[in-house]
Design a protein. Structure first.
Length: 419
């Protein structure tokens, strides 16, 4: 569907007000010695990848409620991801889950993605569930399984993912496993981690030139008592053991409640191992809610660490930003659009932090003013900056409204043979 007419009517409806708001914000920022144009350029250059699995309705263990016009295959998914990018202008990259979205013909998928203005930047393996006809079960684990034959099958799957990714033009491979125990005593803690590392060494050895391997820690679920890669420290150890092309990936929902995620991020940056990011939000666990929906200040503080590292030109700091969320009660295209814009918002807000002033507050041990510096950035409504970056890039000022006006979902439902 051509969204252009809806972008045009969005601009006709909202541009005058946006120009006023942008001008006003520009004046406010100028008083703080901030150039709004530089900020808008940063907003426009921001990128966050969309998960292929995020454009379909997810579900919980209590059920799944499919929405209208669900993508039938990976091509439909790419088309929906293309809509997210058409709306936001910051999501040209797609992270692909295999075998959920295994392409029959990788070069055809690559072309289709390019036609939608997208590229496949990352592949993700799946050894956390069994596939029909699979010789060995992952019920009791995959890369860390006690049985060498199961581990070999899981390694082979990861190597296959890398092969598919190469044909797609991707350069990142993300590994998250469901291995762990539901009961105390079920898994030997040290031996299981050794097995995991031994398997990953084989996956690492299969990485083509220029690729990065991301390992993703998670505290619990589906293993409810213990997991193999349970926290960032274990992840850091493993990434170091594996070598320079192995990096830690932080998924915001994979920590215990109240854990200070921004400090974890800072530590991984300092230790030179922060490689990837799965943005989402959560109240309790791996809730996979839209970014910024529950803890926007935490999201800002995380981006603050990331922008600070970028500004300091920390050696080797080149994180890959991705969203990771399925949706149960919203239109996935709307949720992904909102999430991408919220991460972008936090990035722009973090770019506003007066770093010399913050340094000074820290040096003279002035917590009140240090927090005030952060709050000043966090409380600045940068919506006109984001909207102007979009508008200049031919994107809607109000993406969700434009998307709804377009009737894309109903058209997709009709085209995908539904009512
Ligand atoms: C996991 C983890 C992985 C994702 C799967 C679907 O909890 O976040 O990144 O690929 O869910
Ligand atoms: Mn994740
Ligand atoms: Mn997760």
């Amino acid at each position: 569907m051509d969204l252009q007419p809806f972008v045009e009517s969005d601009h006709r409806r909202l541009m005058t007000a946006l120009e006023e708001d942008y001008w006003h914000l520009g004046r406010q920022l100028a008083r703080r010695d901030v150039d709004i144009e530089a900020l808008t350029a940063r907003a426009a250059a921001f990128r966050v990848a969309v998960p292929s699995w995020g454009v379909a309705t997810g579900g919980t263990r209590f059920g799944r409620f499919a929405g209208p016009g669900e993508p039938r295959d990976v091509y439909d998914k790419i088309q929906d991801c293309g809509v997210v990018h058409a709306l936001t202008g910051v999501t040209p990259r797609v992270s692909l889950h295999i075998p959920w979205d295994r392409p029959e013909d990788p070069s055809a998928l690559r072309e289709r993605a390019a036609a939608c203005g997208l590229c496949i930047s990352a592949v993700n393996s799946n050894t956390f569930e069994d596939q029909p006809g699979q010789p060995r079960s992952y019920k009791f684990g995959s890369l860390a399984h006690t049985d060498a034959a199961v581990r070999a099958q899981a390694v082979a799957h990861n190597v296959e993912c890398i092969g598919i990714g190469s044909q797609l033009g991707a350069r990142e491979h993300s590994v998250w496993i469901g291995d762990g125990g539901n009961f105390p005593g079920q898994v030997h803690a040290r031996r299981a981690l050794e097995r995991y590392l031994e398997s990953l060494r084989q996956v690492y050895a299969a990485l083509p030139e220029g690729w990065r391997l991301f390992i993703e820690h998670k505290l619990y679920e589906p293993a409810f008592y213990s997991t193999i890669l349970n926290d960032w420290g274990t992840s850091y150890h493993c990434a170091r053991e594996l070598g320079p092309r192995a990096w830690c990936l932080v998924d915001l929902g994979h920590h215990a409640p109240n854990v200070n995620v921004e400090i974890i991020v800072a530590r991984l940056i300092q230790f030179g191992k922060l490689g990837g990011f799965h943005f989402n939000d959560s109240k309790y666990g791996d809730d996979d809610l839209d970014a910024g929906s529950i803890k926007p200040f935490q999201l800002f503080l995380i981006l603050n660490e990331l922008v600070d590292a970028e500004r300091d030109r920390v050696d080797g700091f080149e994180p890959s930003y991705m969203l990771d969320q399925p949706h149960n009660v919203t239109d996935p295209i709307e949720s992904l659009t909102v999430s991408a814009m919220e991460v972008q918002r936090a990035y722009v807000q973090a770019s506003l932090v007066d770093r010399p002033a913050l340094d000074e507050c820290q040096e003279r041990n002035d917590p009140i003013m240090a927090l005030a510096v952060l709050k000043q950035a966090f409380l600045t409504d940068v919506s006109p900056v984001l909207a102007m970056a979009r508008a200049r890039g031919g994107r809607p000022i109000d993406p969700v409204a434009a998307y709804r006006a377009s009737g894309y979902r109903a058209a997709a439902a009709a085209a995908r043979n539904e009512n």
